[in-house]
Ligand binder design. Structure first.
Ligand SMILES: Nc1ncnc2c1ncn2[C@@H]1O[C@H](COP(=O)(O)OP(=O)(O)O)[C@@H](O)[C@H]1O
Ligand SMILES: [Mg+2]
Length: 194
């Protein structure tokens, strides 16, 4: 784990850039949104990116027409939600657990599309590592929505050195201070410390 203070706006922009291009190439509409005020979280940026790209790639791959979306929004006081939805074929009720297992591909949707059946198994492991959970809503013939619910503050944060299970109340202040400190470090010093 490599928890850090990260910008959800930047992460969304980065992933949306890739997904929009994939959707365009297939003639699908892409919609992206970050809820206003949802700015920073403490989490692992690369893992979040991998989750969003895996779910987003599936959404594009398995949707023949219509749209795919990537939305970041608040979820209660302490969590946020990464949602990927599509207007694809939907996932049958009896397969909604199975698709998260290694090498499982559904004949209803997977046939004719490239893939190894590992993407969702990886997503599930990453979500567990980030102390989140994943939910799935799907209507056959209408589409699917994957929601990953994640804590705003991953419990162990390297920039404040906290190992507590829940963040101290002044964590936001500490993060702000940590960022200020990082800004003062000259580029060269930053590079040599890696
Ligand atoms: N958005 C989706 N809509 C319909 N089916 C999906 C969707 N995402 C995943 N699936 C089904 O779940 C299976 C497993 O997905 P995944 O683990 O990402 O493997 P892969 O994409 O390599 O087949 C896919 O083969 C497909 O049958
Ligand atoms: Mg996949």
């Amino acid at each position: 784990m490599n928890p850090e203070c990260l910008s959800l706006v930047d992460l969304h922009r980065d992933v949306a850039f890739v997904l929009r291009k994939m959707a365009d190439d297939k003639g699908l509409r892409f919609s992206g949104r970050v809820e206003q005020g949802l700015v920073e979280v403490v989490s692992d940026c690369l893992k979040l990116r991998e989750i969003a790209l895996n779910l987003g790639t599936n959404a594009v791959k398995y949707t023949r027409s219509g749209s795919v979306g990537l939305r970041f929004a608040r979820h209660g006081a302490e969590c946020w939600m990464l949602e990927v939805d599509d207007t694809g074929p939907g996932i049958p009720l009896q397969s909604r657990e199975k698709i998260f297992e290694d090498f499982q591909r559904l004949p209803e949707t997977g046939t004719g599309q490239p893939g190894a059946g590992l993407g969702l198994a990886i997503v599930r492991s990453l979500v567990q590592l980030l102390k989140g959970r994943i939910e799935l809503e799907s209507v056959i013939g209408s589409g699917t929505s994957f929601r990953v619910i994640l804590p705003m503050h991953y419990a162990c944060c390297s920039c404040c050195g906290s190992n507590a299970n829940s963040p101290p109340p002044d964590l936001d202040k500490k993060h702000a201070q940590a960022r200020k400190t990082q800004l003062k470090i000259p580029d060269d010093a930053h590079k040599s410390s890696r």
